[in-house]
Design a protein around this ligand. Sequence first.
Ligand code: AKG
Length: 212
Amino acid sequence: PVSRPRRAIAPGAVHVPDWLGPDEQRELVELCREWARPPAPMRHTLLPGGGRMSVSTVCLGWHWSPYRYTRTAVDVDDAPVPPLPDLLVELGRRAVADAYDDPAAGSGYEPDTALINFYDRDARMGMHRDKDERVDAPIVSLSLGEACLFRFGNTESRGRPYTDVRLESGDLFVFGGPSRFAYHGVPVVYPDTGSARCGLTAGRLNITLRST
Ligand code: AKG
């Protein structure tokens, strides 16, 4: 297949379609299945207001229990959180270097946490900002499985202006700098868009790398 062109969505926010090849996608899907296992398995995060997130999530490195990071999975039986694998740190560095076309930005990137979200076809993520991590490091996002609508907004409000981007399996999205605190969300996962090529036919996985 012909790769689609890399696109700047906003200052500091870049979409790189087809960034992961099919072999890398399959390897990551397989690893996500391992990471989702006990003792701190993938679960629906409970929000302090009483809500329950529709995505299910597993954390590596540090555990996100809204709205802070902890060393153990405080809301999952206080289980130990697996370390962030070197493979993801290296992938994050390559992602930042490629997205910004800047090898130095890539080698300076030090993620210490991954959040892995699984979306079934009814899952959504409301517009929010990633505010619980360092401001000076970008967020790296990798998509696997079914395609979704990713809404990338502004830093002031959940509303317009925003840009709607279709994220497909293998796509990379990096946002940092002036876009680091932009509101973003996933209003819809497109059903029946998965392919066995990536090892995940139903649902969508999203891996975000972060520096706490
Ligand atoms: C988050 O984990 O904070 C996200 O916004 C995930 C976005 C996505 O699933 O593409």
